[in-house]
Design a protein around this ligand. Structure first.
Ligand code: UTP
Length: 294
């Protein structure tokens, strides 16, 4: 069984919740202070041993490509100004030994369709999928945990978190089977956005997955589901019903950066975790709270 070295980043969605910011720019380039959310996902993948980054891009293709491409002119300018630290930081956005491939999703026909567009670049290999708008923060991140789970038992694995039971109608919810001694949960199905009284659990699947190439065959056979889109969740559900899917608990904290409030929360928490800003930012927050109390 071979090690997972490929990661797929679907970045071709419309990002309508962030208009007008996403009119000319993909939402995956929205920054948390100074780093685009897709770069956090790339760093998480590289830390898990991924060496081939496959971006599924859409109409705003250029900006994501430019971000991960070398910019020799900028590097030379920074060097000329003696800003070697900044030059090294820009140069190492994609570390040595890691390569990027860009494939195109001609139309945003759904996440399942975006993953299918990566099939020629993935080939006959297991791979991880990371949705950049799910930002993960913590000492252990889910991609590493997923790769490890796959190494123990090669199969499709989802990263899941418990959600408030009253919120099940917002998420893809697991129908869980038994949990083994390693914490691997067998998955019997996944139900999109069930009402509270119909939810089989409060375990929700978020934007990190390991897939075997079998997912492509299932996606090819799918008809458009909710919203006329090819839904990744429908393909996972089919595999789960055939007993081919497991899940592990996300070891980190997740921020939904596809949503404005989730994005704002991520910025606040990242700023509070940053030694450079923490104290000043706390003072600012205290000051604002005091002002609103009057
Ligand atoms: P979302 O459904 O959250 O993204 O997709 P969206 O459609 O861009 O956002 P809104 O709802 O209009 O604001 C989750 C991920 O899947 C990608 C998105 O780029 C995002 O990373 N995606 C979605 C695609 O690559 N292609 C698609 O057709 C749909």
């Amino acid at each position: 069984m071979s090690k997972i070295t490929k990661a797929v980043f679907p970045v071709a969605g419309s990002g309508t919740r962030f208009l007008p910011a996403t009119k000319a720019m993909p939402k995956e380039l929205l920054p948390i202070i100074d780093k685009p959310i897709v770069q956090y996902a790339v760093e998480e993948a590289v830390a898990a041993g991924i060496t081939e980054l496959i971006f599924v891009t859409g109409r705003n293709k250029r900006a994501v490509g430019d971000h991960f491409d070398a910019n020799l002119e900028l590097e030379a300018q920074l060097m000329a100004k003696g800003k070697t630290e900044l030059r090294d930081m820009v140069r190492n956005i994609v570390p040595e030994g890691v390569s990027c491939i860009f494939v195109r999703q001609p139309e945003p026909l759904g996440l399942g369709h975006a993953v299918l567009c990566a099939a020629p670049a993935v080939g006959d290999n297991a791979f991880v999928v990371l949705l950049a708008d799910d930002l993960m923060q913590g000492t252990e991140l889910p991609t590493e945990a997923l790769v490890r789970a796959y190494a123990k038992k090669p199969q499709t694995v989802l990263s899941v978190s418990e959600v408030d039971p009253k919120d099940t109608s917002k998420y893809g919810i697991l129908k869980p089977g038994a949990t083994d001694s390693d914490g691997l949960i067998s998955v019997e199905g996944i139900i999109e956005k069930p009402a509270v009284d119909k939810a089989p659990s409060n375990l929700a699947s978020f934007g990190r997955y390991v897939f075997t190439p079998e997912i492509f065959d299932v996606l090819r056979g799918l008809k458009p589901g909710a919203g006329g889109e090819i839904q990744l969740a429908d393909a996972i559900d089919q595999l789960a019903q055939a007993g081919k899917v497991a899940a592990i608990t996300n070891p980190s904290r997740r921020y939904d950066c596809g949503d404005k409030f989730g994005y704002l929360t991520a910025i606040v928490d990242v700023a509070l975790a940053d030694a450079e800003y923490r104290d000043r930012f706390l003072d600012l927050l205290r000051d604002r709270i005091a002002q609103t109390a009057h």
